[in-house]
Design a protein around this ligand. Structure first.
Ligand code: ZN
Ligand code: ZN
Length: 397
């Protein structure tokens, strides 16, 4: 159970407690009382993890080896096919006037499906570019062909009032890919300028979605599945495409249901029920609840505290599980004072029927650091859970 961005720092608005310390969490407290607690540096001490690298680590992978950028996981997350060697980029549909980006989100355009169809499947020599819609103004482009590289810069200037940038290679390897990205952007923007949807937007006074801004190139690496690595059948329940993508890359069965939005409006009870039913047919279920991270980015400690209390209520059914190892933790800290991810370690609790019990009775960043699990890295978590379930083979005789 991953509470995304749960970890925090002392907040003046909460009398110098963290939102988790300030929140009333009877169910998490019951769980930690029945098990043991610890603190976890998901990547390594002092390194603020992204949700993608963090989830890779929590699933036992070395992010340094398997991560080359966000693109491939976003692509997998929205259900695109991505093979090893493919390069994937996220892109925004944006508004360009006389070569200057005046709105990076094209007036927060809601649906870019038709626009993606118009620029999908373009060919540049031996490379094909496929484009599919993400959420709102976002899309994902996957480049497929020989000798591609993610060693390229963003076309997205990440600010308005700027000229859109040319894609450049960072190392020599990226030269071919950078050229293809530039040709793709030029041809795509021409197709968008004449698109009927933009004609309609012009008439109705809406901003043109006439420029694509690719960013975050990543090359898909060969990633062994959890089945190959640990001989387990695993499922994931999450509303966010980035996490779904990491889980798909690990060969997990990504469960989907209406109402799991990844936002603060997500149907928590439905999510918990889907996780519980998945446990009947899988060895491992990962559930991600996104909203502590959202409140953290918004700098809203009271919202985060209330969000944590909502999660705690929804976790009640986990108290009744027997024959199950339950872990509650986070992928990283998102302190409300920072409004971004930080390198602060995250709290962790693990319960299992015959697991050791320590003296920790309260689930928070400070109490957990005094627990019997002590301090571990993210990559240690999955082997630890599998061992609690007696699923790890002996090393040696
Ligand atoms: Zn996260
Ligand atoms: Zn975040």
């Amino acid at each position: 159970m991953i509470c995304d961005g749960l970890g925090d720092r002392a907040n003046r608005a909460l009398r110098f407690k963290t939102p988790l310390q300030a929140a009333s969490t009877p169910n998490m407290d019951k769980l930690v009382s029945r098990g043991s607690a610890g603190i976890m540096d998901v990547i390594s001490p002092g390194i603020p993890p992204g949700s993608d690298t963090a989830h890779l680590a929590l699933l036992g992978y070395d992010p340094m080896k398997y991560y080359s950028g966000r693109g491939p996981f976003e692509a997998l997350g929205i259900g695109m096919k991505v093979d090893p060697g493919d390069v994937a980029l996220r892109l925004n549909f944006s508004t360009m006037e006389k070569g200057v980006i005046t709105d990076r989100r094209a007036g927060r355009i809601k649906d870019v499906t038709q626009l993606c169809e118009a620029i999908d499947g373009m060919k540049f020599g031996d490379v094909t570019v496929n484009v599919q819609p993400g959420t709102e103004h976002r899309g994902v482009a996957v480049l497929r062909g020989p000798d591609l590289s993610s060693s390229i810069t963003d076309v997205d200037p990440h600010d308005t009032g700027m000229k859109f940038l040319k894609c450049k290679h960072i190392t020599k390897e990226g030269e071919k890919t950078a050229n293809i990205v530039n040709m793709f952007v030029k041809k795509a923007n021409m197709a968008l300028a004449d698109h009927p949807l933009n004609n309609v937007r012009k008439v109705t006074g809406k901003k043109q979605a006439n420029a694509v801004l690719p960013r975050g190139a990543g090359i898909m690496r060969e990633i062994p599945s959890l089945k190959e690595l640990f001989d387990i059948k695993a499922a994931a329940v999450s509303g966010i495409s980035l996490v779904k993508g990491v889980c798909r890359a690990a060969g997990m069965n990504v469960r989907i249901a209406k109402g799991l939005t990844g936002g603060i409006d997500t149907d928590l009870d439905k999510k918990v029920n889907l996780a519980l039913s998945s446990l009947k047919t899988h060895d491992l279920v990962l559930m991600n609840i996104k909203f502590p991270d959202i409140y953290g980015h918004d700098g809203d400690p009271k919202g985060k505290k209330e969000g944590v209390e909502r999660i705690d209520k929804a976790l009640a059914p986990f108290l009744d599980l027997d024959r199950t190892v339950v872990a509650v933790t986070a992928d990283h800290s998102t302190p409300c004072t920072v409004m971004n991810h930080s390198g602060d370690p995250v709290p962790l609790l693990i319960t299992s029927p015959d697991g050791r019990r320590d003296d920790i009775k309260t689930f928070d960043e400070i109490q957990c650091a005094k627990g019997a699990i002590q301090s571990i890295r993210g990559r240690n978590l999955l082997p630890l859970l599998l061992d609690r379930a007696n699923k790890v083979e002996k090393f040696g005789a």
